[in-house]
Design a protein around this ligand. Structure first.
Ligand SMILES: [Zn+2]
Ligand SMILES: [Zn+2]
Length: 760
């Protein structure tokens, strides 16, 4: 019997076809394997028994970086004995055009070993194979072929070529294959203007500088990093000066799990993610330090968590071989929150005068990708920034998405495009208000469209007309005469999570974040929806309060404190008055009374702000959501108390919360206890409200999303409280809960509205 097996998932650019070939050969199967749109297709002559075993072995033995989403098997009406052997065949027809791009993959153990044993790769720092190495960052065009990557200028030596063409070799069709003779090299420019490219000398210099507490810049996979010894306080302070960054924590790279585990608590899921080939930064809880080499306090001032990752390029391993310190700071090489630097020219120009060494390599970075960030809540890995190692792996939408382009939100932007029945999300872009970031946005959008052979037929953007992404969408819609759908911000958050969990029936969605424009013109952000993929009903939300100064309120949390107290007609506490100043407070009250620049909001992000400033831990913020982070980090971990909440109908009031908090302040209750009570209150509010709404609607599935759920404490409390409630809780995992996930939601809403028949 001839079977046609199509396999969807991450199966291209990861050594899947050679795997199938060798497996078929081992099992004595005749047939062929080829790449197709979004997958591979196998035609094979199989007995019933062979078929079962073949599929089982594909599922269980596939290359570590591959993942299988779906396997479909068809019996073909063909006579037997059409195949004489098993072969890898090319497919040329346009409809079969390959559109899958693998993410960048951390160097694998076999390659690290080859650096010790293969004569042409001794200590070679850009070693890679069919299962590891750069992918997305070097791809200029498809099909994924060396000449379409930034490796095109490197001609393979005869040894590499023989590996590349031998199906039994680990480097069969490994497009970036390279060695000491023919591959990319590190280099730096000496003061004399001469270039040094002797790897041993370069390594020695890095080691000397890092040991001496200097900051160095180095070109990585998707951009430059700034690096220094994480146990050296003055080196870390020096790095802060360079980055002009007050308190935002730096990410660390540890030598290995063993050295890391004496600094942080680590559960199984966290360890799995740390060690995964995707090599994200994982946010971990710091242990009380009693180490020989304590981490410098300047790494994460005021925080209990450390962002940690493991080495993913050979040079990282080489540093740790020679340096005693267990960890380096590895932060993205950029200034003023601009996009991460990718070219040697920019690196020299912007960082040259600030660091001891700018180390380049001559493999150009085509697609910029930052390190990805995640944290584990309960046992769910929740991506916070989806970039290197993840982008542009598609999400399977189970609905036609072809031709839909979604523009995303404003801060933490990503965009997304629809291809077949998948959604391809861009790498992390950043805050579009930054001019350079906006250029990165438009450039990446053009590149994605070309790379994925994408023609936009339907556009989706946020309801907010002032988002630069919305303006960009409007422009494209009118220039190219393409219809544009505007999607409410929180609905997009909810639907992104529904898509990830393949939820097609209506759900209760709790979407809490900073702000997103509501359909009544107010700034929403504390929403309880009944929604499906096409639309929503707003079931409950917090009473509106003014946001004096508009966007300014997000950076000056004290304004929200005044707003809540004024709104609930509660007194301004003496200690707060003293700290902020009577005049400033009166000015803000005046703004609100005269309704000048005081849009109304139901945002829980702003509630975090107002509460943080009330208890005296964050009056002004230097970055987005800082108050919420400080509040989470300072909260006492054992306190189970909370504040009362009033609800009337679909409105939630925080009057009693603030009134009781004022009493606590009066009674000198500590900020840690008050912060804990605040978190407990919100977690209870979610669960109680959802239980009530579930009874009213009969719906037993709840989706939780929005930037507030980057708060691990809140999220884990909610997980805990729902665990025995009979209500199924769905959290965003692979699609960030923050605005980095909005584009996917917009796209899914547009797809659902465009293809109503595909629903349910
Ligand atoms: Zn490898
Ligand atoms: Zn070579």
């Amino acid at each position: 019997m001839i079977h046609e097996t199509s396999i969807q998932g991450l199966v291209q650019g990861v050594g899947f076809r050679p795997f199938i070939y060798l497996l078929a050969e081992e099992m004595g199967i005749k047939g062929s394997v080829a790449n197709r749109n979004n997958g591979v297709i196998i035609c094979a002559e199989l007995s019933e028994e062979q078929q079962e075993q073949f599929i089982h072995r594909i599922r269980t033995e596939h290359p570590p970086t591959a993942s299988i989403h779906r396997i479909e098997i068809k019996e073909l009406q063909k006579t037997e004995n059409v195949f004489t052997d098993f072969s890898i065949i090319q497919s040329y027809s346009e409809s079969d055009e390959v559109t899958q791009v693998a993410p960048d993959i951390a160097v694998c153990d076999n390659c690290l070993n080859d650096r010790k044993t293969q004569p042409h790769r001794i200590q070679y720092p850009f070693v890679n194979c069919t299962h590891c190495g750069p992918r997305f960052s070097i791809i200029r065009d498809l099909p994924y072929d060396r000449k379409q990557t930034t490796m095109s200028d490197f001609e393979m030596c005869s040894t590499c070529r023989s590996e590349y063409t031998n199906i039994r070799d680990r480097r069969f069709h490994a497009q970036p294959v390279a060695c000491n003779q023919c591959g990319p090299k590190y280099y730096y420019t000496k003061p004399s203007g001469e270039e040094e490219n002797d790897y041993r000398k370069i390594l020695d210099l890095c080691v000397r500088f890092l040991n001496d507490g200097k900051v160095i810049a180095i070109k990585g996979i998707g951009g430059y990093h700034l690096v220094c010894d994480a146990t050296n306080e003055s080196a870390v302070n020096q790095l802060r000066k360079i980055k002009i960054r007050d308190t935002k924590p730096f990410a660390l790279m540890f030598k290995n799990v063993k050295s890391l585990s004496s600094y942080v608590f680590l559960n199984k899921e966290e360890e799995t993610n740390l060690k995964s080939w995707r090599r994200p930064i994982v946010l971990l809880k710091q242990r009380p330090t009693e180490n020989h080499f304590p981490i410098a306090s300047g790494v994460n001032p005021g925080m209990r968590t450390l962002g940690c990752m493991l080495p993913y390029m050979p040079i990282h391993y080489d540093w740790f071989q020679q340096i005693e310190s267990p960890a380096f700071v590895m932060t993205s090489g950029n200034l003023n929150d601009q996009p991460i630097i990718v070219t040697p020219e920019e690196a020299e120009q912007q960082l040259g005068n600030q660091v001891a060494l700018v180390l380049h390599h001559n493999r150009p970075i085509h697609n910029r990708v930052d390190d990805s960030v995640l944290q584990v809540c309960g046992n769910v890995a929740c991506l916070i920034r989806r970039s290197r190692g993840y982008a542009p792996e598609p999400f399977f939408a189970d609905i036609q998405t072809e031709g839909i382009l979604a523009f995303g939100a404003e801060k933490t932007n990503t965009f997304a495009l629809g291809k077949g029945d998948t959604i391809i999300q861009s790498q992390h872009i950043g805050d579009l208000k930054n001019e350079e970031t906006f250029s990165f946005y438009t450039e990446s959008m053009n590149r994605f469209q070309r790379l994925f052979r994408f023609t936009p037929r339907l556009l989706a953007c946020d309801l907010h007309p002032d988002y630069l992404s919305s303006i960009h969408a409007e422009t494209m819609a009118s220039e190219k005469q393409i219809p544009l759908i505007k999607v409410q911000h929180h609905h997009a958050h909810a639907v992104a999570c529904m898509l990830e969990h393949h939820l097609n029936q209506p759900v209760i969605a709790v979407v809490w974040d900073g702000t997103g424009l509501g359909d009544d013109g107010a700034a929403w952000g504390g929403e309880f929806f009944l929604c499906d993929r096409k639309g929503y009903t707003r079931l409950a939300y917090p009473e509106y309060v003014p946001m004096p100064g508009g966007d300014k309120a997000a950076l000056e949390p004290w304004r929200m404190t005044v707003a809540y107290l004024h709104h609930y007609q509660l007194p301004i506490p003496e200690i707060f008055l003293k700290r902020i100043g009577k005049e400033k407070i009166e000015k803000v009250i005046d703004l609100m009374n005269k309704k000048i620049n005081s849009p109304l909001t139901s945002s829980i992000g702003r509630l975090f702000d107002g509460f943080a400033s009330l208890i005296g831990i964050c009056d002004t913020a230097t970055r987005q959501a800082e108050a919420a982070v400080v509040l989470e980090q300072c909260a006492d971990e054992s306190c189970l108390l909370g504040y009362p909440i009033e609800t009337s109908g679909n409105l939630i009031s925080f009057r009693l919360l603030f009134q009781n908090a004022l009493n606590d302040l009066e009674a000198n209750v500590s900020a840690a206890i008050m912060a804990a009570k605040f978190h407990n209150t919100l977690a209870n509010l979610i669960v109680e409200k959802v239980k009530q709404l579930s009874l009213e609607t009969g719906i037993k599935q709840v989706v939780v999303s929005g930037g507030c759920f980057q708060n691990k404490r809140l999220t884990e409390q909610v997980q805990q409280l729902f665990s025995d409630s009979g209500i199924s809780l769905y959290l965003p995992s692979q699609i960030p809960c923050n605005d980095g996930g909005v584009a996917v939601g917009q796209l899914a809403v547009a797809a659902a509205r465009m293809h109503p028949a595909c629903q349910n």
